[in-house]
Design a protein around this ligand. Structure first.
Ligand SMILES: [Zn+2]
Length: 437
């Protein structure tokens, strides 16, 4: 589950965690949500159940929705950025952040508790300020396009759980961050180095501790599918992996699958929505792709890039922010970088930094996606057409635009456009057959 509204998690963990836990063959923003449906017929066509969106190939009215939803998302990516910026500016320019710190100091004299209460006030303020856009995007729009049939209460419950999880991780990060800022001149370097074991820890515990808070993970009951998945993993040198089916349809009808965890917690996870709507061959290709990420150490490349970006952002923040603070100290209610009340300013800076740096991160990600597509095709033995059908289904079921505007893809897409991937797997398959592989 993406904790989009908790900027701390978003920023510090966004790159690696999204690369790993939310890894997918899909490309659109995923807020899970809707009815588990129907199965794939032997002919490869999906028969719709009443109230379901799973109809393949796509009927014209759903095609119109696909276009509308994609356009909306393209605009929303910018809107989302400006909303985050606005929220941080409000907290800074109203002096709220300084007030939160003052209140926290009134409640306790112990440093630990001052940080705790400050961060609690800040988290609540961020949650409230982001609530309306969040509700609009992730509840209203997802219902409008038929992805979700979650009640408001269920949706809010999930969000509050995310708030709690974000609070725990964020508080831990803020404690260490300010300890470093107040102690070392090169705090940003130590912070980036320290982030490595922390991120690894998060990757390890996420599938066993956090994900189960939101969904039920059960060993897959389709034995044939399970055996095929295990055989695929064995072929890639991964022994006895756990294969789970997750009731993702509880939150969204969107389709996904991923390979996650590290060491003892690594596992193959298939959304029930995927199990119900994809053929075994299509699933084999998708899982081959996911295993490819694992085997080719994409997790580690992702981490490396994250560390580089954190270091650079920290260095720049250290150079740029003190001047801004000096000029606005009366308004902001704090006068130095080491003051916890400056946290929203740091977050604002990182939000802007990441927005600008996004093409680098996404470019690297798209490259790894292509590598995994190739790996998936080779290891699964799926034909180019079957793999392309899997992509086509993803586009249809998740309403993702197979051919987005080039600039949008360059800037925002961490997966290549589906149309390109479809063409590529067909081409690769032809080449493989020619060379007799
Ligand atoms: Zn991938």
């Amino acid at each position: 589950m993406k904790l989009a509204w908790i900027p701390v998690i978003l920023i510090i963990l966004f790159i690696p965690v999204s690369a790993i836990t939310a890894e997918s063959v899909q490309i659109s923003g995923n807020r899970p949500l809707a009815p588990a449906t129907d199965s794939v017929s032997s002919a490869g066509t999906v028969t719709p159940e009443s109230g379901s969106n799973f109809v393949y190939p796509i009927p014209p009215e759903r095609k119109a929705q696909l276009i509308a939803y994609s356009r909306f998302n393209n605009v929303w990516r910018f809107a989302e950025f400006f909303i985050s910026v606005a929220v941080f500016l409000i907290i800074l320019y109203t002096g709220l952040s300084g007030k939160f710190r003052d209140w926290a100091q009134k409640i306790s004299h112990k440093k630990f508790f001052i940080y705790l209460f400050y961060f609690l006030f800040l988290s609540i303020a961020l949650f409230l300020l982001n609530f309306i856009p969040d509700y609009y995007r992730n509840f209203m729009v997802e219902h409008q396009y038929g992805f979700s049939n979650q009640s408001f209460g269920e949706w809010l419950g999930d969000n509050l759980k995310s708030l709690a999880v974000g609070f725990v991780f964020g508080f831990f990060i803020i404690l260490i961050l300010y300890w470093l800022i107040n102690r070392f001149r090169r705090w940003w370097l130590y912070f980036a180095i320290g982030a490595v074991p922390f991120m690894v820890f998060v990757i390890i515990i996420w599938p066993v501790l956090i994900s189960p808070m939101f969904n039920k993970f059960e060993p897959i009951n389709n034995i044939e599918l399970r055996n095929q998945m295990v055989a695929l993993a064995e072929k890639a040198g991964i022994h006895n992996p756990d294969v789970y089916e997750v009731n993702a349809s509880k939150q969204s009808s969107k389709v996904n699958a991923y390979f996650t965890g590290m060491f003892g917690t690594k596992r193959i996870v298939l959304y029930d929505t995927a199990v119900n709507n994809f053929t075994i061959d299509e699933l084999k290709f998708i899982m081959g792709h996911e295993i490819g990420h694992y085997v080719m150490n994409h997790i580690w490349y992702g981490l490396l890039l994250a560390i580089f970006l954190i270091t650079l952002a920290g260095y720049l923040a250290d150079k740029i922010l003190p001047g801004i603070i000096r000029k606005n100290s009366r308004r902001f209610g704090f006068s130095r970088l080491g003051d916890m009340a400056g946290f929203p300013l740091l977050m604002l800076f990182i939000t802007v930094f990441l927005f600008v740096a996004q093409p680098i991160n996404n470019g690297a990600s798209r490259l790894m996606e292509y590598q995994s597509d190739k790996f998936g095709l080779e290891i699964s033995g799926t034909t180019g057409d079957e793999a392309a059908t899997a992509f086509d289904k993803l586009s249809v079921f998740n309403l993702s635009d197979p051919k987005p505007p080039a600039l949008i893809e360059f800037w925002f897409y961490d997966h290549p456009a589906l149309q390109k991937r479809m063409e590529r797997v067909r081409q690769l398959y032809k080449q493989m057959n020619k060379s007799g592989v």
